[in-house]
Design a protein around this ligand. Structure first.
Ligand code: ATP
Ligand code: MG
Length: 395
């Protein structure tokens, strides 16, 4: 029996005239994401994307990957039949056996997109329902709250029968929302922030500040592994590692302790803006959440933003830690994030950071640093690492 995956677009359906370009973007993402599972024919008709395996392709592996592609509302594996009712009635029970044996109630819904099909939807439902009841006598029909909805869809290319529709990742296809640079640490928050912006269709570049020898190779590897997890959703990206030791040492030697973290954050932002310019990222993304730590009070964020020449997106700004942790668990970053490796922020932490910093005082405190030289030297020594090579090959 031939089997395919039927994909239902999410918000895409709302995009009016832009719809076809969004659908193309989604098909591109599906093609990229399915590369490791083999070759598939992918086409779109009537708001549904058809994913058909070619010789040797692994449909199970493809279905697993499908749940991580943004822009998909739901998807199902479906059996493909000739558009012949008797043929459907004979073969659909076998195809649905595994799912139906595990439920008590069901109903059949039919969609007759091909109006030339000689039976109307209620007739299809009745005939298939009857056949399933004969074959699985333990079942009962429940039209209001069935355990399983069996769908029979009569479409232009063929007839499709499927059971459970699995939820998609939602959001918009990556690549439709522009490019942003995400400041990624080894913590819980920034990978979640990256995931959330990718979900809105943004293509990401990761920027990580490392302070060897205060931070170890292992800490950097952890950040890489975190981005690999994010790339399962966000697709391939580059990770830029910026050496930050000299800047941190200079701040410690020349600036008041209470401003240390904020001055450091401002340097991170300045450098990130520079790198964003080079790689055409129109916005920055951070994992900050209001009030979470001293550098994330409103006055502190105002001071951080003052050095940025582009918008800073903070998708976690109004979330509690528990809400952030729930997403981190869902996307598989949590267990990596809690591994105890030093981050450059934790190496030099002042005991009494300012909660209500004034921009003028901060600028005065920074004055002893040679900003141009420090930034130039850091930017000259960046390293670039490719992330998500297994996720297809489109950067
Ligand atoms: P996270 O869990 O993401 O580390 P956090 O709550 O620990 O966040 P901070 O350490 O104050 O918060 O950092 C705030 C944000 O600054 C992070 O979410 C991240 O976007 C960015 N950031 C912090 N440290 C680094 C780093 N070493 N490299 C790149 N970005 C960083
Ligand atoms: Mg952190």
């Amino acid at each position: 029996m031939k089997e395919i995956i039927l994909v239902k677009n999410g918000e895409l359906a709302l995009k009016g005239l832009n719809r076809s370009s969004f659908e193309s973007a989604l098909m591109r993402q599906i093609r990229r994401s399915l590369q490791p599972a083999g070759r598939f024919k992918i086409r779109c008709a009537q708001s549904t994307i058809y994913v058909e395996p070619e010789q040797g392709a692994n449909l199970g592996a493809a279905a697993e990957r499908m749940g991580k592609i943004f822009g998909i509302a739901g998807y199902s594996r479906a059996a493909v039949f000739e558009k012949d009712l008797e043929n459907i009635l004979q073969n659909a029970p076998d195809y649905l056996a595994e799912q139906l044996q595990n439920v008590k109630t069901f109903k059949v819904e039919a969609k007759r997109a091909d109006k030339k099909f000689p039976y109307q939807s209620p007739q299809i439902c009745a005939a298939l329902g009857e056949r399933l009841l004969e074959r699985f006598p333990h079942l009962k029909v429940d039209v209001n709250h069935p355990d399983l909805v069996v769908m029979a869809e009569i479409r232009d290319f063929g007839a499709y029968v499927h059971g459970r529709q699995l939820p998609g990742a939602g959001g918009m296809p990556v690549g439709t929302g522009g490019k942003a640079a995400v400041l990624i640490s080894g913590g819980i928050d920034s990978p979640v922030a990256a995931y959330m912006m990718a979900k809105r269709g943004m293509r990401l570049t990761g920027i990580h500040f490392a302070s060897p020898p205060y931070t170890s190779q292992r800490a950097e590897l952890k950040v890489r592994q975190l981005l690999e997890k994010v790339a399962e959703y966000a697709g391939p990206m580059r990770m830029i590692v910026v050496p930050f030791t000299e800047i941190q040492e200079q701040i410690e030697a020349n600036c008041p302790d209470e401003f240390f973290t904020l001055i450091m954050r401002r340097y991170m932002m300045r450098i990130s803006c520079r790198l964003s310019e080079r790689w055409s990222c129109a916005a920055l993304v951070t994992g900050e959440s209001i009030g979470q730590v001293a550098s994330q009070t409103l006055p502190a964020l105002v001071c951080t933003d003052a050095v940025c020449d582009r918008p800073v997106f903070r998708p976690l700004i109004g979330m509690d830690k528990e809400e952030i942790v729930a997403i981190a668990r869902k996307i598989g970053t949590f267990d990596l994030s809690i591994l105890p490796y030093e981050d450059c922020c934790t190496v030099f932490t002042p005991r009494h950071p300012k909660l209500n910093p004034k921009l003028a005082a901060l600028e005065h405190a920074e004055a002893k640093l040679d900003e141009t030289v420090l930034i130039e030297r850091a930017v000259e020594q960046i390293r670039i690492i490719d992330i998500g090579k297994d996720e297809g090959n489109e950067l």
